[in-house]
Design a binder for this molecule. Structure first.
Ligand SMILES: [Zn+2]
Length: 167
């Protein structure tokens, strides 16, 4: 795949032998014109000989680059997250509704199930219907007494989320 007279890739042969993305990557590999024999070489040090020091240095550099990338992504997500919550908190609705919504989104609604998991010695049955465990989804959507409320609210489509909702 290398033309030995010009020390260049045989472009057509490479393109016919590999998928396009692989062929493109191969063709980007620079070829030496010095006609040296192939050998193993450590790319991160001038003489090509691996040392533990250079391996350690490269590993640290790679890890730092990865950490920077992760922190950058986390920062972007955090900015979006804060912006979203800023918008939510600034909606013109009663504070008790905002707090209730916040409890739901943070999954910290004090349902019987949640309180029982936190060590309180209580029944986890829903105090309204006494049929099922009072989880957050049950409390806000699945409980029969809540379903009636949703149906009379003009927002019955909320009940369609019943099977797909998870927190
Ligand atoms: Zn219930």
């Amino acid at each position: 795949m290398i033309d030995q007279s010009t020390m260049t890739w045989k472009t057509e042969q490479v393109k016919n032998s590999f998928p396009k993305n692989v062929a493109d990557a191969i063709l980007k590999i620079p070829l030496s014109r010095r006609r040296m024999n192939d050998c193993w070489s450590w790319a991160y040090i001038t003489n090509g000989y691996y040392t533990v020091k250079s391996g350690y240095k490269e590993t640290r550099k790679s890890r730092n680059n990865l950490n920077e990338r992760i922190n950058h992504e986390d920062t972007n997500q955090m900015v979006e997250y804060k912006s979203l919550w800023k918008q939510i908190w600034s909606l013109p609705i009663p504070p008790k509704i905002s707090f209730f919504r916040w409890h739901i989104c943070k999954d910290i609604l004090p349902t019987c199930d949640a309180l029982r998991h936190r060590g309180l010695d209580i029944q986890d049955l829903c105090p309204c219907c006494k049929n099922e465990t009072e989880t957050m989804v049950h409390a806000i959507i699945q409980c029969n007494s809540i379903k009636d409320l949703w149906n009379s609210s003009g927002l019955p489509y909320v009940l369609e989320f019943d099977n797909n909702l998870s927190f």
